[in-house]
Design a binder for this molecule. Structure first.
Ligand code: 13P
Length: 255
């Protein structure tokens, strides 16, 4: 089973409308490989401008969070139907920054993911251990707990992103072997919950200080199906170089 590489940019709290427009115009003007799926996830406020620019471009548009209700008294929240209305097709759920800074739990992340899938959004579900957990030898226990909710989701609209917290924004990347070990473990967990066939179709992205210089080595691991890119997705040359690294590997695999 061949999984297509996916390179997704999580812009976090960067790029308002004018910077989003400038970035996407530059990205769209550049030559892009067709054998890799590409998604950008700007802040909510920039989604309408991005949606207009990306129509029929082949580049996917994602949000960085979503509420589990359709509407109601939830000040500051955005719902899945609202995202669909903008033709947003993807959403990041359970990012470690939301877990650490905004009270996200396994349960709330699962509720968001289910609601988003009900609305036909593809969920990029993030999980990963802290440095203390890794050093205590608890990585796989943490991943098993966090992945415990994935069995309730539709594998056809699911991407998992393994993002070790100690590698996010630190310049310290997991080694390819560490990434592969975690990804293989997560795929086995998915197989236990959803069956091996479905687990083989779910893309598992690596996130945490992916750069043009380390992307190819990480993506060449058998269970690493692309990346969720933070800092290096904010600049067109570096984001494009990461996309090309995936395209190069994909071309090699298909030849
Ligand atoms: P960096 O690529 O900046 O380390 O961020 C990773 C991340 O959190 C993507 O969601």
């Amino acid at each position: 089973m061949v999984r297509r590489y996916l390179v997704a940019g999580n812009w976090k709290m960067h790029k308002g409308v004018s910077e989003t427009t400038a970035f996407l115009e530059q990205l769209l003007a550049a030559k892009r490989p067709r054998n890799v799926d590409v998604v950008v996830c700007p802040p909510y406020i920039s989604l309408p401008a991005a949606a207009m620019l990306l129509t029929r471009s082949g580049i996917g548009l994602g949000a960085q969070n979503v509420h589990w209700e359709s509407s109601g008294a939830f000040t500051g929240e955005i719902s899945a139907p609202m995202l669909r209305d903008l033709e947003v097709g993807w959403v990041i759920v359970g990012h470690s920054e939301r877990r650490a800074l905004f009270g996200e739990t396994d349960e709330t992340a699962a509720k968001r993911a289910r609601r988003a899938q009900d609305e036909e959004l593809t969920v990029i579900f993030c999980l990963g251990e802290t440095l203390e957990e890794r050093e205590a030898g608890a990585t796989m226990d943490v991943l098993r707990r966090q992945a415990g909710v994935l069995g309730d989701l539709d594998p056809a609209k699911l991407v998992v992103a393994y993002e070790p917290i100690w590698a996010i924004g630190t310049g310290r990347t997991a080694t390819p072997a560490q990434a592969q070990e975690a990804h293989a473990f997560l795929r086995a967990e998915l197989a236990g919950q959803l069956g091996q066939e479905a687990a083989n179709t779910v893309r598992i992205l690596y996130g945490g200080s992916v750069k043009p210089a380390n992307a190819a080595e990480l993506f060449s691991q058998p269970d690493v199906d692309g990346g969720l890119i933070g800092g290096a997705s904010l600049d067109v040359p570096s984001f494009s170089a990461i996309i090309r690294a995936a395209a190069h590997l994909a071309a090699g695999e298909s030849s």
